[in-house]
Design a protein around this ligand. Structure first.
Ligand code: UDP
Ligand code: MG
Length: 317
């Protein structure tokens, strides 16, 4: 440990939605960790655990308030209503003034014992440190299958994201400031953070089970997150329509030829048959193709309205 360099102030951001069952234990474990790391000279003494209440309907906020008044190491942020995990996380990251920001779920399924290791990676220069789970045996079959399918899908659609990394992540002040230049409102942080660039590192851990309470990510929220991930990072679905349109168009051209051929060169054609079938195929193909073309432009408009930064400068000499 070099003592000339000022210690970094750490903020652990914990989004909480109806987490009264886990909060006391989580607060106890995290504050003990912060205390230990402060004692070991890893972080500055004014480091904090900041709970972000995402519009909980139970006693979560009262508990956070009580914890915060009893311990300077605990802070709280209350959102006006439930805005979802990703937004709660962002509120915490943007509000805390610490030098290093770490996000972790309230149920501590992510192993907080690797946090010192993440801080070491940060000390070695990483601006983002991803916590990656190296096994999922603690998740049920359904969660495991859907989650893994999801990571594969977004990768196939071209969104760069770290496999098996959720939102257990360390970000430097610098990385958070860079993230602020992303103006999009449909948040999928796991896909956005890799776009920041800078030096990053990965720390592996074993994911455990929720020690109390039930998952706050029901099917509905999982699907919403997956849809946000796909539609915020890829215009592949729109392009897919163009592809279908083109295929149908080719097919209908062939069918059109065939109806003409039957009409002109055989006596199998029922009167009115060609004039009915031909336009159906032709128009169907042209319509889907046109929707695809409109989709292409819509995709461009959508990417422009996002106004994502085109670059983020790492160094300037
Ligand atoms: N969460 C939140 N807002 C929501 C849903 C969830 O802030 O609308 C928080 C929740 O309190 C927890 C984290 O997001 O800290 C992850 O939720 P959970 O552990 O239930 O998800 P799972 O591990 O089942 O994917
Ligand atoms: Mg969980």
């Amino acid at each position: 440990m070099t003592h000339e360099k000022a210690l970094s102030r750490l903020a652990i951001v914990v989004p909480c939605f109806n987490e009264e069952e886990v909060l006391p234990e989580t607060a106890q474990r995290l504050t003990a960790l912060v205390q230990g790391m402060t004692a070991n000279g890893l972080i500055a003494p004014d480091s904090q655990v900041v709970f972000v209440d995402d519009g909980s309907r139970d006693r979560t906020w009262e508990m956070i308030e009580r914890l915060a008044s009893g311990d300077p190491r605990v802070g709280g942020i209350k959102l006006s209503r439930n805005r979802g995990h990703q937004n709660a996380l962002l509120a915490g990251l943007y509000t805390c003034e610490a030098d290093v920001l770490l996000s972790v779920d309230a149920d501590l399924q992510d192993d907080i014992r690797v946090i010192p290791e993440m801080l070491e990676a940060y000390a070695r220069g990483a601006q983002v440190v991803y916590g990656v789970r190296n096994d999922r045996t603690s998740d049920g079959f359904f969660k495991r299958a859907t989650a893994q399918g999801f990571y594969r899908l977004i990768r196939a659609l071209g969104a760069e994201s770290i496999y098996n990394h959720a939102d257990f992540r360390l970000m430097s002040r610098r990385a958070v400031e860079a993230l602020k230049s992303f103006r999009e409102v449909n948040l999928f942080l796991r896909g956005m953070v890799p776009l920041i660039g800078f030096k990053s590192a990965i720390v592996y851990y074993t994911r455990s089970e929720r020690f109390a309470g039930v998952s706050k990510y029901p099917m509905r929220k999982m699907i919403a997150l997956a849809l946000d991930a796909v539609t915020s990072f890829s215009v592949a679905p729109l392009r897919f329509i163009t592809g279908i349109g083109f295929a149908v168009f080719l097919l209908s051209a062939a069918m059109g030829m065939w109806t003409l051929w039957v009409r002109l060169f055989t006596d199998r054609a029922v009167p009115g048959w060609t004039s009915t079938l031909l336009p159906i195929y032709l128009l169907g193909g042209i319509q889907i193709l046109c929707i695809g073309v409109i989709g292409e432009y819509l995709g461009k408009v959508y990417q422009e309205t996002k106004a994502r930064p085109r670059y983020i400068i790492e160094k300037h000499v």
